[in-house]
Design a protein around this ligand. Structure first.
Ligand code: ZN
Ligand code: ZN
Length: 276
């Protein structure tokens, strides 16, 4: 069986555009074999992009119904993308144990009125740097420190868009992603998560929305992932049905060119991998 999958998929339960069923139907038409729904998990203070806490039961039931309805065409999984914050750590508003797996991600840094998104507008990212004493290194360090601490604490199944901190670093505006200080921070992070066994995703969602600079992870990090032999998977972080496999051919080529010849995917019996 030729595997085609995405375990990072949004819907209109969060900031996605299409319904769960529209996403599933599109996945079948695009010859997907595995599809994991991972809406943004409910957060304590309501965030526009996140699922409302009162919607979780409906979301869960709809995913389970689709799992049954599509069982001969598509393997469907129930998941959430769980946010981490510097003050409270990873959100725990829904019982993680009810999910087939979950993705852990960071989308913002700072606390209270000083909280700013890292993956939204360039203006907001500039404010975050200003609030961090105009010190981009400090912002980068805070990002990876939070990611590391929460990875060690929660041992998530999948790390979401590992280097999203670069999203607004267009044309190396704030730092050079090839500099040793930066790669050393990432190297230290990868070394630790290798021990825990988290799966890292190649995430094409940023490319779909913001261009090739936003392929996560960067070439350099992909190289390090290969050297550490960290399990890697391909996800689209799709917010629309059209983008379910956006940039997949190009990303696969890139992964293969790095000398990586297998990708991980989840089955109903646990993790497995396939040759690419
Ligand atoms: Zn995300
Ligand atoms: Zn996402």
């Amino acid at each position: 069986m030729k595997i085609k999958s995405s375990y990072h998929v949004h819907s209109n339960f969060c900031d996605g555009k299409d319904s769960l069923e529209e996403m599933a139907e599109a996945a079948v038409l695009k010859n997907f074999t595995h599809l994991g729904f991972s809406s943004h998990a409910p957060v304590p203070q309501n965030r526009d992009a996140a699922m409302d806490i009162n919607s979780f039961e409906t979301y869960k039931n709809q995913v389970l119904q689709l799992k049954e309805k599509y069982k001969n065409k598509l393997n469907i999984f129930l998941s959430l993308e769980c946010d981490c914050y510097e003050d409270i750590g990873m959100v725990q508003e829904v019982p993680i144990g009810e999910l087939d797996y979950y993705i852990m991600s960071i989308h913002s840094l700072g606390v209270g009125k000083d909280k700013r998104a890292i993956d939204y507008t360039t203006e907001e990212f500039a404010e975050l740097i200003k609030l961090s004493g105009d010190d981009i290194k400090d912002v980068v360090k805070r990002y990876y420190n939070l990611l590391l601490a929460q990875s060690l604490k929660n041992k998530p199944d999948i790390i979401g868009h590992i280097d999203i901190i670069k999203k607004n670093n267009i044309n190396s505006k704030y730092f050079n992603e090839k500099d040793n200080w930066y790669l050393d921070i990432v190297d230290n992070y990868l070394k630790e998560i290798k021990k825990i066994g988290c799966v890292v995703e190649v995430n094409t969602g940023g490319v779909a929305r913001y261009g090739v600079h936003c392929l996560y992870p960067s070439d350099e990090i992909l190289h390090m992932i290969k050297d550490y032999d960290i399990p890697l998977m391909l996800n689209s972080d799709a917010h629309t049905k059209e983008n379910l496999d956006f940039y997949y051919d190009e990303a696969l080529k890139k992964i293969k060119n790095k000398g990586i010849n297998k990708l991980y995917y989840l089955t109903y019996d646990g993790w497995d991998n396939y040759k690419i």
